[in-house]
Each structure stands twice: as structure tokens, then as C-alpha cells.
Design a protein around this ligand. Structure first.
Ligand code: MSP
Length: 529
């Protein structure tokens, strides 16, 4: 059975889950769900990144300690993903003992292989980024451009990873694995960075105890990024269950945002090489969801809230009428799903921002997509077909017409959708699926079964529309598992649309006929624009 291992980055617990995180996680989830439909053995991993100075500080600020604080903050991600029907097979927390053991085993190997040595590090460190910054990356007064806070000058005696030793091997590896980083522009970016020259990196800290202890020198803990990347192999049994590890590695698909490309496409493969394992086979780099042109992040939300407060007084009075900063703070996945429903938000995230590009996030955008694709097209088709089956066929769904023009349309759509998922292009797979919905609506409008007398012609038209809906329910299920399950049930079909195997189950003619069709309430009531 083919295997599909997909990961999201692990999220910093200092952030509250926002719609940008949801974008990344829902895309990984849809890919995992698609591969389960293909019959693959799937392992889908997400989790939280919990170590480092910033988290320890935050625990203290909240009158807590790091274990209790991360238990709570990590739980916010667990809850957010549950509410969004994310089907992860595991949720890794870097504070877990299994992760500490894996990091220690992995890094001990790198140390034994001679790729870690001592040195003194000095530089400008931004606690917000948890990273040393080059002078060129800082604004005047050594202020971090991302966090708008001054960086601190730090000097540390610590351990260095000999990243520079891997420059040639990395270039060679990327040249012989052209598909390792996608889209191609991002692969070129990684290669250019490597060819530009690699410096050794400082990988341990003595400034905090909240981390994974360095096994050969317990006064140090590993630097957060160095520990976080290892999560991808912890969860599949590295160091503890070799057979399991080898079953999943290196054929992984890491889905990452564009700002963490260097960590994943330069450091991580080099770390793997240093430890004597294969680098990850696939890294797919996606863009950002933007609000008014800026990336959505806690820092931005806080800045916006502070700016609003400074302008109009304490929060709460700050723009009842929906001023922009107030809107930003509302963009949690929960606020959106309460408003539009889980399926509609998932659909919007997958349909409107192709993986690989940036996308603008707005309520107007969600509403427009909701009305056009969900209320007017899919919702309308479901209720129209069920109504006419009620009036012309006594509520019993007829079998499809083998010669319907929707048969070849559907075959072409299935082929496009399969190819699009394979290219990690959920937006195209959904676009293809909606073509079938539109064609089915058009076919009903052309034949007007509601005006005709009951009989074989009407049966053929309605049976074909039901069959198209059956196929749509399967194709759209990775995006909208809940609603597709409901459509399936209303068509009178047993089981669930995500229990079938594609593409076999999508051959024209699968709707058996003779099933009770239920009208039900509108799936997507139209919203005011
Ligand atoms: N903890 C590190 C990752 C370690 S992985 C070994 C981290 N965490 S993060 O919480 O800041 O970001 C996690 C992911 O969320 C990144 O891939 C990032 O691109 C993504 N997103 C955060 N904001 C986003 C948007 N506004 N839009 C899309 N994705 C965004 O980095």
C-alpha cells in the first residue's frame, strides 16, 4: 500500500491559533484526506513548538511555569484543529519525553560524527524571532524589523553545527533531486542561499533551562529551532522503532510557510546528512494569508490593537463600527466558523489562496465565495434535485442515464482533480469539481424536469444529477468532510463519501437508484454581501 506522510510546521505556543495557522493546517489536512481516499496509508502530523526563552518568559508573565503554561497554550491548538475537523494522526509537543529522547539521540549522532564543536558566539539576538540577526536585517538602533523591538547583544560560549561542511553536498543533493523543494522558485531560492556560502550555526544555549538538555554537556540546552525540526522524525519512531522510522522516512511531505524556508531547506537536510539519514524528500513552500497587505501574526495583531488603543482610548470602544484593528483581533478560526460554518471556512481557505502564492483575507472575499460556490451552486443543486425527486419520483432517487452528457464531463473532472491534488493544488481540484456542479445545474435548466411529466426521461435526468452529486460529494470531501457526509446521507447512500476508494468509486453509474432522497434544510443559506 502506498504511504503518504505529511506534516505542518509545529506552531509556537505563544501565539493563539489564527486563520494563517488554519490555512496551513487545513491544506495539510485536505492532502491527508485526499490520500486516504486514494487508499494510501497516511500519517498526518502537526503539533506545537514549546521551548525557548520566549515561552519561559511568557509562562512567568502569566504567573505560571513552562510545563503548566505550555500544557494550556498547546491545548488551544488541539482545540482549534478539532473544531476545524482536522484529521491529524498525531499531535507532537516538543516538551514531551519522547521528543527529548529523539533529539538527544539524533544530536548525539551528529556530535559523534564530528559535526558539532565548541565556539564563542556573539551577535544581535531577537527574542521575538528566537534568532541571531545580521546587522543588515535590523532597523536603526538594532531594532528587529519583524517585531519592532530592540535586539540584544549576546555573547555565548556554546556548541556550533558545522553547516559550512555541507555546502557542496547540499548543492549536489538539490541538483540530483529537482523535485525536493516546490514551487521551483523556492527551490532556486534555497539553492542560491546555499551557493552564497554557509556559516556554522550556534545550536545550544545556556540562557534558559527550558529546552532539551545537551546529552554530553547538561549545562546547555539545544536552541529551539535545532530541537523543533527533529519533531518530524520523533513522531515516526526515530531512535526507538527503526522499522517504523524506515517505513515513513524520507518520503515525507513537509508543508511550510515561506519565511521558514532556510530552516527546512538548508539546515534540516544538512542536519539529516550529518546524522547519517536521508534528507526529507519533499518540502512544499506556501505563501501567506495577508490582511490589508500584512501577514497575520500575533505581533501584528498586538501592534494594530495598540495603535487603535492609542488613537481612540481603551480597547472596547475602539471602533464599534468594525475598524480594521478590531477586525484583525477577531480573526480566530473559531470566530470564523461560528459565523460561516466549518465547511465554508475550510473551502474558502483551500479554494481562494493557491498553495505557493500569497492571498488576501477578507470577510468580503469569504462572503463572495460562499454565495457564489456554496449557496448558489452546490447548495442550490442539492435542494433543487431533492425537491424534484420528491415531486416527480415520489422521493425515490432514480438510476443515472448511462448516456448522459454528464458522464464524460464527470470523467474529465475526475481526471483534472486527481492530477491537481497530485500537484498539491487543492484550489484547482476544487475548481474542477465545481465545473461538474455548474454543468449539472446547466443540464437541469436545459431539460427542466420540473415541468415534464414523470417517466423515463425525467428519471434519467434526475438520476444523472444524483450521480453527479455523489461524485461531487467524494471529490469535495477532503475540503468539506461534514457537508459532503450530509449530502451523501441525503442521497440515501450507505456509509460516508470518505470511505470509498478513488478513482474507482468515481466511475459514472455508481449511484444505484431506488434510494430514498431527503430534501432537508438549505445547506448554505445565502448571505448578505
Ligand atoms: N515554530 C516554528 C516552526 C517550527 S517547524 C519545525 C514556527 N512557528 S509559527 O507558529 O510561527 O509558524 C508556523 C507556520 O504557520 C509557518 O509555516 C508560517 O508560515 C505559518 N503561518 C503563520 N502565519 C501565516 C499566515 N498569515 N499565512 C499563512 N501561513 C502562516 O515558525
Amino acid at each position: 500500500m502506498p504511504r503518504f506522510y505529511v506534516t505542518t510546521p509545529i506552531y509556537y505556543v505563544n501565539d493563539v491559533p489564527h486563520v494563517g495557522h488554519a490555512y496551513a493546517t487545513v491544506n495539510a489536512d485536505a492532502l491527508a484526506r485526499w490520500h486516504r481516499l486514494l487508499g494510501d496509508d497516511v500519517f498526518f502530523l502537526t503539533g506545537t513548538d514549546e521551548h525557548g526563552v520566549k515561552v519561559a518568559q511568557s509562562a512567568e508573565e502569566h504567573g505560571s511555569d513552562p510545563p503548566a503554561w505550555t500544557e494550556r497554550t498547546s491545548g488551544r491548538f488541539v482545540d482549534a484543529w478539532k473544531a476545524l475537523e482536522v484529521s491529524n494522526d498525531d499531535f507532537i509537543r516538543t516538551s514531551e519525553p519522547r521528543h527529548h529522547r529523539a533529539v538527544q539521540a539524533f544530536l548525539q549522532r551528529i556530535y559523534d560524527n564530528g559535526f558539532i564543536e565548541t565556539g564563542t558566539y556573539s551577535g544581535w539576538y531577537c527574542v521575538g524571532c528566537e534568532a541571531y540577526k545580521d546587522e543588515s536585517e535590523l532597523l536603526e538602533g538594532h531594532v528587529c524589523a519583524e517585531h519592532h523591538r530592540p535586539a540584544q547583544w549576546l555573547e555565548e560560549e556554546n556548541y556550533f553545527f558545522k553547516l559550512s561542511a555541507f555546502q557542496d553536498r547540499l548543492v549536489e543533493w538539490y541538483e540530483s533531486n529537482p523535485e525536493a523543494v516546490r514551487p521551483e522558485g523556492k527551490r532556486n531560492e534555497a539553492l542560491a542561499f546555499i551557493k552564497g556560502g554557509l556559516h556554522d550555526i550556534s545550536i545550544t544555549r545556556t540562557s534558559t533551562r527550558w529546552g532539551v538538555e545537551v546529552p554530553w554537556d547538561p549545562a546547555h540546552v539545544f536552541y529551539v529551532w535545532y530541537d523543533a525540526l527533529v519533531n518530524y522524525i520523533t513522531a515516526i519512531g526515530f531512535g526507538e522503532d527503526e522499522a517504523r522510522f524506515e517505513g515513513w522516512w524520507p518520503a515525507v511531505h513537509h508543508l511550510i510557510g515561506k519565511e521558514i524556508l532556510r530552516f527546512h531547506c538548508v539546515w534540516w537536510p544538512a542536519m539529516c546528512m550529518a546524522a547519517g539519514i536521508e534528507p526529507p524528500a519533499h518540502v512544499f513552500v506556501h505563501g501567506w494569508l495577508l490582511v490589508g497587505g500584512s501577514r497575520l501574526s500575533k505581533t501584528r495583531i498586538r501592534q494594530a490593537a495598540e495603535a487603535a488603543e492609542a488613537a481612540v482610548g481603551p480597547a472596547g470602544d475602539a471602533g464599534e463600527g468594525g475598524g480594521k484593528p478590531v477586525k484583525l483581533t477577531e480573526i480566530t478560526p473559531a470566530a470564523l466558523t461560528d459565523d460561516f460554518g466549518v465547511d465554508a471556512i475550510r473551502y474558502h481557505l483551500l479554494r481562494d489562496t493557491p498553495l505557493g502564492t500569497d492571498g488576501e483575507f477578507s470577510y468580503e472575499g469569504i462572503t463572495a465565495r460562499y454565495n457564489a460556490d456554496l449557496a448558489n451552486n452546490l447548495g442550490n443543486l442539492v435542494s433543487r434535485v431533492a425537491t424534484v425527486v420528491g415531486s416527480k419520483c415520489g422521493g425515490v432517487g432514480p438510476a443515472p442515464d448511462a448516456a448522459s452528457r454528464l458522464g464524460p464531463e464527470s470523467a474529465a473532472v475526475v481526471a483534472r482533480a486527481v492530477a491537481a491534488w497530485d500537484r498539491l493544488a487543492p484550489h484547482e481540484a476544487l475548481e474542477a469539481t465545481w465545473h461538474l456542479i455548474r454543468e449539472t445545474n446547466a443540464e437541469l435548466e436545459a431539460t427542466e424536469p420540473w415541468k415534464a411529466d414523470p417517466g423515463p426521461v425525467v428519471d434519467g435526468v434526475l438520476g444523472s444529477a444524483l450521480e453527479a452529486l455523489r461524485i461531487v460529494a467524494v471529490l469535495a470531501s477532503p475540503a468539506m468532510p461534514g457537508v459532503c457526509g450530509e449530502i451523501w446521507r441525503r442521497l440515501g447512500l450507505p456509509g460516508r463519501p470518505d470511505e470509498v476508494v478513488v478513482p474507482e468509486a468515481l466511475a459514472w453509474g455508481g449511484y444505484p437508484g431506488g434510494m430514498p432522497v431527503e430534501k432537508g434544510a438549505p445547506l448554505f443559506p445565502r448571505r448578505r454581501a
